[in-house]
Ligand binder design. Sequence first.
Ligand code: ACO
Length: 333
Amino acid sequence: MEQLDMGITIIGCGSATPETLFDNQDMSQIVATSDEWIRTRTGIKTRHLASEDESLSECATQAAEKALAMAGITARELDLIILATSTPDDLFGSASQIQSRLGASRAVSFDLTAACSGFVFGLVTAAQFIRTGLYQNVLIIGADFLSRWVDWTNRSTCVLFGDGAGAVVCQGTYQQDRLLGFELRSDGSKNACLNLIYQGQCKSLNDEVSISQGCYQPLTMRGKEIYRFVMEKVPEVVEKALFRANLTSEQIDWLILHQANQRIINAVAQRLKIPQEKTIGNLAHYGNTSAASIPLALDEAVRLGKIQSEDIVAISGFGAGLSWGAVIFQWGR
Ligand code: ACO
């Protein structure tokens, strides 16, 4: 008898954001900007910001709990938890804190860092563990609190970001494989375009040995360069993923791009000949939530009933690294 390959299906999604809202009007009180500039250049109107006593693990756990509830499985049934983040509570990793908070005692957990591409990279990583038959139920969370790492005196960057978390539960299936195609890319030669870099000072331990002691510096970004890079590379990577899925852009029901800029979303959709009404965007309410942005937008669209069972969804993340990638999947079990 023919041995069937293990396929993947996304069986639940969830999201969570801190309560505090900070709109463009509030922003104009702290840096020289205006609601008009931010809205017309980016599409952002407001964003959620985490307060001092909120942790990333807590927000990510809330998103995960909602995804598990939709999936109809318990945390005990999880085999693996991947947390895509660049802003963990603990540099050694925050996934294990989420594992503990959820009570997912059987699951192994680790962090994955690929900035705004993190969720896409995490989903593809999860798929490999499922395809090999090693794990059955995998939770992938994209969560970032970049408000903790922007320079709040720099109007070019601080207006762009918001905090949040989104999650999906993937399951192995011998039925239909719903992860249809993907493509991941990196280009470290352009690393300096977007950094949240460690900077240290020399500390002598004795006459012969000195080490570096320091901390991470606020995020820096060359916005125009990234904009141009994204316009060239994102349509290309979506097309490559579509090719692997043996589909054309006309067959896409929904396009969810990393929510960095509404102008990027509109222009990429146009290049791919995907009508605006098939794009999903929630940038106005959340800003750029980095690794959280795609699962947050997916969750909203599913709960609003926009994305229906059997719909073909293309997601594409891009950002620091530079890194970028796309996944084509079919929603529903
Ligand atoms: N309010 C008012 N004026 C501003 C602001 C602001 N908040 N920010 C910048 N300006 C000014 C600049 O000083 C500049 O003024 P000048 O012409 O007098 O020098 C002018 O506006 C134009 O600035 P640009 O940076 O050229 O503006 P641009 O149209 O390129 O928009 C933006 C900037 C929104 C950042 C855009 O370049 C962009 O979206 N880039 C891509 C970002 C992205 O996708 N990042 C990847 C994901 S993030 C991650 O991985 C963490």
